[in-house]
Design a protein around this ligand. Sequence first.
Ligand code: NDP
Length: 236
Amino acid sequence: MTPRRVLVTGGNRGIGEAIARRLKEDGHTVVVTSRSGDPVDGIDAVACEITDSDSVDAAFVEAKERLGGDVEVLVANAGITKDTLLMRMTDDEFASVVDTNLHGTFRCVRRAATPMVKARFGRVVLISSVVGLYGSPGQANYAASKAGLVGLARSMTRELGARGITANVVAPGFIETDMTAELPDKTKAEYQAAIPARRYGGAAEVAAAVSFLASDDAAYISGAVIPVDGGLGMGH
Ligand code: NDP
């Protein structure tokens, strides 16, 4: 295992924190971002607002200092939901979710790409969602933003694949975090009944897939969408 310099966005809680902890356990040097920049128990953190390009740039500058070199592995995990039915969805509810989940991820991968091209090495993992390709009532904004990440990773793969850079998508299903804690009990029960594994996933199960994609063994995998969803999306 080659130790790498890793940045995980939104790594202060939930799935991002589990990814950061797993990659640290794997032997990598890890920095996370959060909007506050407050330290996370045992993990170095920098402030980053992914809807602001200047903040993203400043976070990468700070991360480089903490990591002792440029980011080699970027896990773009930060994301939000603003669920409501399509006909009631405001322009702001649509735009703000796309601005965070898709445009925000673009801001991070664009900033990460130049040093990766210079180093002729890079691993980019984008955290999408099963609903990006499966669809979900009440989540037109979220599903559209998460589907967009697949096009982003595949375009990166075609553009930068010859420079030793891979870009893959991990598509979690329903994972127990603050984000899913907000769902009404009825919705949770309906989703659980639809999942072939009949249970929600744990953040550590998503982290295991990211750990593999960041490892030396995954050097020839790029443009892939890896589901971690208990079979819900059936590989989509
Ligand atoms: P949480 O709501 O627990 O955490 C979200 C993270 O994103 C936080 O660290 C938050 O930072 C950060 N964040 C949100 N908006 C911004 C922003 N504008 N700028 C910078 N950071 C931001 O979410 P989860 O851990 O559940 O989800 C993590 C990722 O996994 C998301 O992309 C989500 O869409 C995806 N996902 C989650 C699933 C689930 O079932 N939980 C299923 C499928 C995908 P802060 O603490 O500062 O607010």
